[in-house]
Ligand binder design. Structure first.
Ligand SMILES: [Zn+2]
Length: 352
């Protein structure tokens, strides 16, 4: 889903259309497009995930929904255009799979610009106040609340919560003031980083949590679950993302959707797709021989045991995280054989 920064990119790409007059309109939108013919674009703006084409006294609000796209001065062959704006000079602007609506009156009377994380008018104090007024909300829902963080979408949500080490099922009211401030601050900072990475076509490679399988901080599997009333995909680490608030997982409402979605977060966590069972770490042959004849030198324990101690019940119900990955086998192999074993080997070579 295009998040706020992607709409800012759209706004920048079409900036040259400001001042142009619409010659004709086509597309399968149900709005009264005849109203647009002859209108001159006053400004192109964005608020959160809304792209706004401003005219004198009214505006067009275009929301790209989950899979919306647009083309400038070209058309897609594979999709019917939802709204196509053709201009006097032959240029055109085409939108696909989006929602189109009119907004009546001046935009400044409709939109609260201080609530848009990408806006110069963004006001963190107002965002904190709104959050304090919703103490029972889960942070995973609060971040997606467009009345608080217009423009924040699911990617930004997952990355911000990972960055500030907050569990998505934390209650907003249980966050210490310092964490609440960090949440508000990072929602904006990450959104601008998202913008820069997206402009450079390197956004995905910067994702640390979203769609990732292993926590880069703990090297244990992330939990993937559909959480909160928003029921959106969350990727989080049960070890390094702290859960604030005494909300029991079983009390967390999870909206039913897409058929047999679990009715509670506890079940969501229990039904997280099991990952492969751990492969035993094989000691190299030389080590095995040495172990047979001498008291074993303690081999560095896999990090799994430490992780399991702190993992929540939800994680513990799942198969243990994958261990024995290549680097750790190498770690074991690199360990020098016990001195006694080396001595024994020398002795046996001498005897031969
Ligand atoms: Zn972690």
């Amino acid at each position: 889903m295009p998040e706020g920064p992607s709409i800012v990119i759209l706004k920048d790409e079409v900036a040259a259309f400001a001042g142009r007059r619409i010659a004709s309109v086509d597309g399968n939108t149900t709005i009264d497009t005849s109203r647009l013919v002859g209108q001159r674009i006053v400004a192109l703006r964005s608020w959160g995930k809304h792209f706004l084409v401003e005219f004198d006294g009214f505006a067009l609000r275009i929301h790209l929904l989950m899979f919306g796209t647009y083309r400038i001065d070209e058309r897609r062959e594979d999709k019917p255009v939802r709204l196509g704006l053709r201009f006097d000079d032959g240029s055109e602007l085409n939108f696909y799979t989006c929602s189109v609506r009119f907004v009546e009156g001046p935009l400044d009377e409709t939109y609260e610009w201080s609530g848009d994380v990408m806006s110069p008018a963004w006001n963190p104090a107002i965002a904190r106040r709104k959050l304090r007024a919703m103490p029972d909300a889960l942070v995973c829902d609060a971040l997606l609340d467009q009345t608080v963080f217009a423009g924040v979408g699911n990617i930004i949500k997952n990355e911000v919560l990972f960055r500030i080490r907050v569990h998505p099922l934390s209650a907003v009211g249980a966050l210490p003031a310092r964490k609440l401030a960090e949440l508000v601050e990072q929602a904006r900072i990450y959104s601008f980083e998202f913008l820069e990475w997206k402009r450079a076509y390197v956004l995905r490679q910067h994702w640390l949590a979203h769609t990732r399988r292993i926590c880069p901080r703990c090297d244990i599997p992330f939990v993937k679950a559909y959480l909160g009333t928003t029921n959106r995909r969350s990727f989080f680490c049960e070890r390094c993302q702290r859960r604030y608030g005494a909300v029991g997982a079983e009390l967390v409402p999870v909206k039913k959707a897409e058929g047999a979605r679990p009715a509670s977060a506890a079940r969501v966590l229990a039904e997280v797709k099991p990952r492969k069972a751990p492969k035993p770490v094989k000691a190299p042959k030389a080590m095995q021989a040495a172990d047979a004849s001498t008291p074993a030198k303690p081999v560095k324990a896999p990090r799994r045991s430490r992780a399991d101690e702190v993992a929540s019940d939800a994680v513990r119900r799942r198969p243990a995280p994958r261990v024995g990955a290549a680097p750790r086998v190498a770690e074991v192999a690199a360990q020098p054989a016990p001195r006694a074993a080396r001595k024994a080997a020398r002795r046996s070579r001498a005897e031969r």
